[in-house]
Design a protein around this ligand. Structure first.
Ligand code: FES
Length: 137
């Protein structure tokens, strides 16, 4: 367990332990074969890009993967999004906000908060793609 001093130091400028763990060992990184839908979003601030792949069954996200070309915060936010979204209904998943991602990670350096927006927006784009592909005629 980190002591209080290192916790405070991290909150002031570094990454949370969870954010670093997710960056070093993301369980949902990579492409998915035959996804039911995909999302893509770019961060206009830095030019980084995130791709999201989802599988949906009975209106629930049964699998999710990401491919993100970005910074530590973008990768850890992508992983956090996947952890939060898996098993959720599409309606629940599209409500995941970058605030939810930040709370899940603990914190990010203040200058990196904008990076967490990628995750939430990427998933919304994938859900939109899914609905367009599965429109009832
Ligand atoms: S600096 Fe580009 S997403 Fe973080």
């Amino acid at each position: 367990m980190p002591n209080n001093a290192s916790n405070i130091q991290s909150k002031q400028g570094g990454y949370s332990r969870k954010a670093l763990d997710y960056f070093k060992n993301p369980k949902h990184a990579g492409e998915m074969k035959n996804p039911d839908a995909t999302g893509k979003v770019g961060n206009p601030t830095c030019g980084d890009v995130m791709h999201i792949f989802i599988k949906v069954k009975d209106n629930k996200i049964t699998d999710i993967k990401f491919k993100t070309f970005g910074c530590v915060a973008a990768i850890s936010s992508s992983e956090a999004l996947c952890v939060l979204a898996k098993g959720k209904t599409l309606e629940q998943a599209e409500k995941i906000s970058n605030q939810d991602i930040l709370e899940h990670l603990g914190w990010l350096p203040p200058v990196k908060i904008h990076c967490s927006v990628l995750g939430a927006e990427g998933l919304k784009d994938a859900i939109k793609d899914f609905r367009e592909k599965h429109k009832k005629a």
